[in-house]
Design a protein. Structure first.
Lengths: 397, 397
């Protein structure tokens, strides 16, 4: 029988798969997914855009493209990113097969088995999986409501050998929901400037802000372009057009880009031309900008409904805060409560969520849970949240 | 500054990129690409199929799907593969982001840095890149007109430690163009049965046969299902629908599938739902079957034109054989001739191809070259081949 490589033997199939099959059952209300709202996808608009393309472009949709991405999308995406103040011209842009691929390529570019990397706790599960697949020793630093804990981060950066990078999601964090404060972002930059540790800045949710007043806080660190910090900025079309397109991007300094492009050649040759053509048309026509405004409003409404329901039904020993954008609300239970027990009771009652330990690289913190509000109808939110609240109460007796 | 991982430092940017940018120049006739014919893509047919989908399916095209692939495509592709006699039910099927991703996942599943793997010489460059990215020591075994050299293969399989797998492309080989003989296939199976070495059987071109009489020889080893050999069968929609969809597949025994699915989760979460929905409709409607018949005839015509031109213009010290399917003709020059010199002269004259050393894992064989006929008009073939022939003659003086 075949013998497998060491790094893959260390990967474990997560409970996420079982959860997702539960979540697709019609009799279960799911707050588990990280999926955009199914009912909001711009189906008609994309269909019309595709029809209007010229024959040459349609043929390009069927053909291989350059590993870095189709020139037309490189151009239009550059415009989209420059509007956020991102220094595209002094870096290199790689179109990736979802931003998950960008994280995977960066992991392979930087990590030799056993290397230490730093993340936040909680942390996006796809990032943990990508870093682990490269053999990393993943260490997490707690978040509070303003961002990463600077004191703990400083301690970790001072240990030798130095970590290969820090991975952070400062804007509407998955799963913590938070938006970094200006002050914390500046502290983070200052700390990194004193080290040679690159930053992977994941900005998959930044466009989904609810309040105009937050826009200054949403300025990416990559756009601030601080001296002496290699920032690898990743983003995605998944939340602003559709994850089924499998398109994301990496904006990085030339030497890092070069390694990632080489690795992408051997990973999947190029990202899907078919959906690149669509994404390009969606940017150029202004359709994508309009769609983002639509979902922003819809998600704000759903978030408001969920926070109202949580306020009404949750016991006051559960910690959480109102989302200012993105998809998620993070609940912190009393220390002695295991969210896995809550999940069990919730499933019996007909609702699911994801336990916090799923997002814990160390797998030791059991008393938190993630709720997603973006892919639920008002009726589901109003019916489902009391079930979750009851499951919590039942476990806290 | 950032420090990169060891395996990525060993990867070199290939000359292929420069060649491809040459190949896209309008004043250059390119026989270099591995691209399907641009003029034959079923643009109109796919557009109509997409229009006719119901709203639920269209929405699924925008959403995340399961890592293994959308259930509808799992089902229709199973039917397509079972018609080839493949044992889908007793294995597991993974939809991948092109078959390049299948090779990449298998490489990561099996290879620890320094592990030896066996391939053919010449060998598909994407496979070499994927195996190298995983840190493999890639050893190649020569092909003749009937398949892999069994004696050399036996010697290599007997060396310890055992190679992690053998990678082979028995059907219209890229770049060698050959189709394994029945006899050689059976010898290969017998040899592998005496070892524990898994076979990666790449069947990206098998549907593109020119002669009904060859169909028995096209029966995959995976379909023969020999006792005691773990066969990982890879295939692709790239040549039978369009590479821009970035869809391929892996059919493998459960334990191997499991590792690859885990790795895919961290690689790109899932393949593009958008193009999976299209591929599914293309299979179910019968459109894909009809398209394959169309391109089979068109490629046969182009191949016939190129072989006629080669017969007319090539000096008789150049070895080559008539293709029986697929995309490629492989030319063997006299030993002392370096195909890189021929390429230089050909580019000056206005035509490009890929040198054989590109497909040589050891990088030592310089006297071969690959011509592709599939993406050229008759006029380009008739104008371009004399330029190539003259470049060869000029180097052989």
């Amino acid at each position: 029988m075949a013998t497998f490589s060491k790094s893959v033997s260390a990967l474990r199939s997560s409970a996420i798969r079982d959860l997702m099959s539960l979540a697709s059952r019609p009799d279960i209300i799911s707050f588990a997914g990280g999926m955009p709202a199914n009912d909001l996808f711009p189906v008609k608009e994309v269909e019309e855009l595709f029809m209007q393309l010229d024959d040459k472009t349609k043929r390009a949709a069927f053909q291989y493209g350059p590993t870095e991405g189709l020139p037309m999308l490189q151009e239009s995406l550059t415009g989209w990113l420059e509007e956020k103040g991102l220094p595209v011209k002094s870096n290199r842009l790689l179109i990736t097969t979802g931003s998950q691929q960008a994280l995977n390529l960066l992991a392979k570019a930087f990590i030799d088995p056993g290397d230490r990397v730093l993340t936040e706790y909680p942390c996006f599960i796809g990032a943990i999986a990508a870093f682990r697949a490269a053999g990393a020793d993943v260490r997490s630093i707690p978040l509070d409501s303003e961002g990463i804990d600077i004191r703990t981060l400083r301690e970790e950066t001072q240990r030798t050998p130095a970590p290969k990078f820090l991975y952070a999601t400062p804007y509407f964090h998955n799963p913590a929901g938070i938006l970094y404060s200006e002050k914390r972002k500046l502290e983070l930059i200052k700390l990194l400037q004193g080290t040679a540790i690159p930053l992977i800045e994941d900005d998959a949710y930044g466009d989904l802000w609810f309040h105009e007043e937050d826009r200054a806080r949403l300025m990416p660190i990559k756009a601030i372009n601080p001296d002496g910090v290699d920032v690898c900025y990743t983003g995605s079309f998944s939340k602003i057009l559709g994850p089924g397109l499998r398109l994301g991007w990496l904006l990085a300094p030339e030497p890092i880009y070069e390694k990632c492009e080489l690795l992408k050649q051997s990973a999947d040759a190029c990202s899907p031309s078919f959906t690149q053509v669509i994404a390009d048309a969606a940017i150029r026509s202004g359709m994508m900008g309009g769609y983002v405004e639509t979902v922003r409003k819809a998600y704000l409404e759903r978030a408001a409904l969920m926070t109202a329901a949580l306020r009404q039904h949750l016991p006051d020993y559960v910690g959480w805060s109102e989302p200012r954008g993105g998809f998620y609300i993070w609940l912190t239970l009393p220390e002695e409560i295991n969210a896995a027990d809550v999940l069990k009771k919730a499933i019996e009652a007909g609702a699911v969520f994801v336990t916090g330990s799923t997002f814990d690289p160390e797998g030791t913190r059991m008393n938190a849970m993630r709720l997603s509000y973006c892919n639920n109808s008002p009726e589901e939110i109003e019916r489902g949240i009391p079930l979750i609240a009851k499951a919590i109460r039942d476990c806290c007796r």
